[in-house]
Design a protein around this ligand. Structure first.
Ligand SMILES: [Zn+2]
Length: 332
């Protein structure tokens, strides 16, 4: 359980008794700390705007970082030791795409904090029905290496921890980032308790796709109506057949028409409709959802930050319309 900065670390029991006044949002100051070279495509600073738009929400901060043992539920011990020890080799650093910054303590802390925040968001979602992180969705991370600006796979670690703790029996990882969730798909290819669904641009990174439980590759230029039609056809049967206890939702905004790395053609309105559609579909089936921002690329960080907040806008709306704030909290 995280603490609200305004409330100086209330105990878990106190926190449980409090009426949640708004959508739970998870944030850690380390999310936006690392400094990448000017012009780097991965805009960590985008998260800086989060405290402003999250002002109406109860902001939760993860209070502990994941242990090596936790990370090793999905990653190899050698990779965890090399990365956290700042000794990752050049070849694997190159594949990640952050250069020498990968070995810096500040990026190591950021990466661990993101995993912690993703897990906390999922716990909050299980308790309240809905919660959102302000980072998360590092789906290109593999067991023994990172890739494409992803180092540790926060979604996979979170699913594995909750299964290990028997908090859930089945988890759906719904990945709508424009890039295929290849690392997640590989990690759970032989795990029947996790269903991986990836809707992505078929011509986009990664060139070599893995096999998700359900892949929905879309042609370049796919726009709002077609995208939402396909999603509306594909998601409900997955929910009714697999019956997940929790959905981990990677809401990457890189399918946007102006995204630097995208190739699809969704508008702001289309992305907002997507978030409402996903959340409404899951919540109507009484399935908790944890939302993650995923990827998004633009030289204009204000535009990008606004695009990412569409998830939180939609989630706030759903929080109110499903009256989740007045719902009895699930026991821990
Ligand atoms: Zn992406």
């Amino acid at each position: 359980m995280g603490a609200s900065p305004a409330n100086a670390a209330p105990t878990a029991s106190l926190q449980r008794r409090q009426k949640i006044s708004g959508l739970p949002v998870v944030y850690h100051e380390a999310y936006s700390a690392p400094q990448l070279p000017p012009g780097h495509r991965f805009p960590m600073v985008r998260i800086c705007s989060v405290p402003f738009y999250a002002a109406d929400h109860l902001v939760h901060v993860p209070d502990e970082l994941p242990t090596h043992e936790t990370l090793q539920l999905v990653h190899t011990a050698e990779f965890v030791d090399s990365f956290t020890g700042g000794t990752l080799d050049e070849a694997r650093m190159k594949r990640i795409g952050f250069g020498d910054v990968t070995r810096s303590p500040v990026l190591i802390e950021r990466t661990l904090a993101e995993v912690a925040g993703t897990l906390l968001t999922a716990r909050l979602a299980l308790r309240h029905g809905l919660a959102c992180n302000t980072a998360g969705g590092t789906h290109h991370a593999f067991p023994d290496s990172g890739s494409g600006f992803c180092i540790l796979n926060d979604l996979a670690v979170t699913a594995a921890v909750l299964l290990e703790e028997a908090r859930v029996e089945r988890v759906l990882i719904l990945d709508l980032d424009v890039h295929q969730g290849d690392g997640t798909a590989l990690m759970f290819q032989d795990e029947p308790r996790v269903f991986t669904m990836s809707v992505h641009g078929e011509s986009n990174f990664p060139a070599r796709k893995q096999r998700s439980d359900l892949d929905v590759p879309l042609p370049d230029g796919t726009a709002d109506d077609e995208y939402l039609r396909v999603l509306g056809e594909m998601l409900p049967p997955v929910l009714s057949c697999f019956q997940p206890d929790l959905v981990l939702y990677d809401a990457g905004v890189d399918p946007h028409k102006d995204d630097s790395l995208g190739k699809l053609a969704l508008t702001d309105q289309g992305l907002l409709r997507r978030e409402l559609q996903v959340l409404d579909t899951c919540l109507a089936a009484d399935i908790p959802v944890a939302g993650y921002v995923g990827g998004g690329y633009s030289p204009d960080l204000n535009v990008l930050a606004r695009r990412h907040t569409l998830l939180h806008r939609a989630a706030s709306e759903m929080w109110d319309s499903y009256e989740l704030g007045s719902r009895e909290s699930m026991p821990e």
